[in-house]
Ligand binder design. Structure first.
Ligand code: C2E
Ligand code: MG
Ligand code: MG
Ligand code: MG
Length: 299
């Protein structure tokens, strides 16, 4: 039956992603398969990081990158994180996997710095489960020590869910992480439980505007208002702000005219393997100069 499922998977999966039909049985089966295979994936060296550039709005230069995990499974193909990160979190496997991500991303960033791109920043996603793991600080310190990466060049992406539950240990841990010198950002900002009180109580550096808001800023006046308000909120709190999921010049123009600091999205580049990222760095790719792009339409 596994063979049949796999055959169907291959027929169905345009991107190798949709490897089972969506019926309940197959979903359950997929989960079991994923979980089983996930347990061996680290030792089999099946994970890979892709990197998506983060671009300064003013200069058009790449100033950083987000490291995004993919699972290169021999039969399932390239599995996107949406398919396995949840399972990894539930099983706790995200702790060793996340440590691998952190080490690999820091080592890669350091290598690029040494190769002639100093001060590049790397952002790494941290799941709540990792945040709760006892060895987080030790693992983080060891990674910075072993890779030689300046902590100021590491950004750790947290989600609002982290602030929903038991808040007291969280704020302590965040201060300990800050004391190492790393930057902290809130990923997918605005989609979770946004209590503004945590923004003033927690040592956050960056807000990342979720791409669901960015998607319609040029068509939906409400989304446009939300995005410009998040930018203003961030700046009033002395935080930097980065927009995710920027796909068009019109979105870019809106964000730039409202003072958004950085952007990340397909308009500039999809997440790419390390060698392709290096090519982007070497190209010194720039955005169109601010004066060349038309003024954003008023909404
Ligand atoms: P995220 O951290 O919010 O990452 C941004 C996601 O948006 C990435 O999806 C990226 O490929 C996608 N994206 C970027 N620009 C655009 C755009 O212009 N248009 C559209 N439609 N999408 C865009 P990806 O790589 O599939 O990752 C999905 C999620 O999986 C991430 O969301 C993050 O929550 C999680 N994830 C990825 N890598 C890791 C990891 O190493 N550890 C943990 N804990 N979670 C990870
Ligand atoms: Mg992220
Ligand atoms: Mg995000
Ligand atoms: Mg997201």
């Amino acid at each position: 039956h596994a063979d049949i499922a796999m055959y169907r998977a291959k027929k169905l999966g345009r991107n190798n992603f949709q490897f089972f039909t969506p019926s309940m049985n197959d979903e359950a089966m997929e989960r079991v398969r994923i979980e089983g295979a996930l347990r061996n994936a680290l030792e089999r060296d099946e994970f890979v990081l892709h990197y998506q550039p983060q671009v300064d709005m003013k200069t058009g230069q790449i100033v950083g990158m987000e490291a995004l995990i993919r699972w290169n499974h021999p039969e399932l193909g390239m599995v996107p994180p949406g398919r396995f990160v949840g399972v990894a979190e539930e099983t706790g496997l995200i702790v060793p996997i996340g440590a691998w991500v952190m080490r690999t991303a820091c080592a890669q960033n350091k290598a690029w710095q040494v190769a002639g791109y100093p001060r590049l920043r790397v952002a790494v996603n941290l799941s709540a489960r990792q945040f709760g793991a006892a060895n987080l600080m030790a693992s983080l310190e060891a990674t910075l020590q072993e890779t030689g990466l300046d902590a100021a060049c590491l950004e750790i992406e947290l989600t609002e869910s982290l602030f929903m539950s038991d808040v007291t240990p969280a704020v302590e841990l965040l201060h300990r992480m800050k004391a190492l010198g790393v930057n902290l950002s809130i990923d997918d900002f605005g989609t979770g439980y946004s209590s503004f009180s945590y923004l003033s109580r927690f040592p956050i550096d960056v807000l990342k505007i979720d791409r669901s808001f960015v998607a319609d800023i040029t068509h939906d006046a409400n989304d446009a208002a939300i995005v410009s308000s998040i930018i203003a909120l961030a700046h009033n709190l002395k935080l930097a702000v980065i927009a995710e999921g920027v796909e068009t010049l019109a979105q870019l123009d809106y964000l730039r005219s409202h003072g958004c600091d950085e952007m990340q999205g397909y308009y500039f580049s999809k997440p790419v393997p390390a060698d392709q990222f290096e090519a982007l760095l070497a190209e010194g790719r720039c955005l169109p100069a601010p004066t060349l792009s038309p003024a954003p339409e008023t909404l």
